[in-house]
Design a protein around this ligand. Sequence first.
Ligand code: C5P
Length: 421
Amino acid sequence: MCLSDRERGVKPLNARKIIVGVTGSIAAYKSAELVRKLKQQGCEVTVVMTPAATEFITPLTLETLSGRPVATEFFPAARRPEVLHISLAQWADLLVVAPATANVIGKVAAGIADELLATVIMATEAPVLFAPAMNAAMYSNPILTANISRLRQYGYQFVEPEAGELACGGIGTGRLAPIETILEAIEGLLSCSPQGTEKLIQRGSSELSGKKVLVTAGRTEEDLDPVRFLTNRSSGKMGYALASEAEKRGAEVILVSGPSSLPSLPGVRLISVRSAEQMSREVKQWFPRCDVLLMAAAVSDFRPRNKTTSKIKKQEGLLLELEKTPDILLEIKSLKGDKGVGGFALETEDGLTNARRKLKSKGLDFIVLNAPTALGADANQVTVLGADGKTERLSQMSKLEVARGILDRVVGLLRTKCSDS
Ligand code: C5P
């Protein structure tokens, strides 16, 4: 645990030396804003561009904004006495690659250093933060997933892309994270590394190492018209606590989250969604590749049957017609096999009876019955009902402690499944 610079009253970015690596994604133009914001906060910024990045944005733009020469070539025509990639690698307090293509991530994961940026990344001892941006299909390619996970194991950090409209057309996960989010991640890394040159601590293997855990969190939003939607008060705290705890125990964690104001978790792959339909699509895509699903999201059970494209006018009364959303746990039930699946229930009456019914009908290994006061709160009082018929009532505790209890159960479950097979 380290005191943040904010807690010490220090501006975390002031006078820090930052390399902004820019690669060949259409989002390269957004790096100009990142450089500008870093400069405004008092950083010294050197931009390193891959040859492909220079096709999207000119070095002149980034040179003007950073106030320093932009490095693009491994062997610049005007030779300098120092070895460029080593001097850059040693100069930096932090290196951020924004946008990061599948190519640069793949190269570093494979130890390939065939151009300046990849070489600087390999040579630096400073924290390295990747902000991927690419087409949704590329982002969900399992090769990229494996590369990200490999890099994470070595202590490289990631700011997840967002879901939304993509430059290549269509909608999906692959948009560069907002610049503010990238700045927060940079601040976070630097404030835990006062000299900026501390090596990131590598994680040893632990109970869930080698396991993939899929967690859903938060609420969903079901659109009624362009400005209104149906939702609930879920904050995402329980799901984020589960994701964080699973990651601490060595799992590779994919967090599919509905709208939430919680900060993204270092080391956890975040997939942001809004509606039950989008959450269902992502869970169905990731579930087959995972060992465990913890379905903590408060998925809306209903959505408006029709969504209007223009705002519904004020009127005397309005009768809303609702339809059922896809029941995600039911949809993936037939794919379960020997995967571990845990669900959540929140009931205002007959909690145990209803939870037991859901446990059975959804084919779960266990279900966590929440107290109705849990929504949005930091603490929770839960009862865990197992498929083996056992019921365990935990006392009121923080959601992180509840998450630890649930992950203990998951570890036990995986051991049993392993010894049975
Ligand atoms: O049946 P009920 O919706 O109350 O069950 C709650 C459990 O089912 C939670 O784990 C929740 O994430 C999941 N769920 C789902 N798909 C829905 C609604 C809830 O998977 N449409």
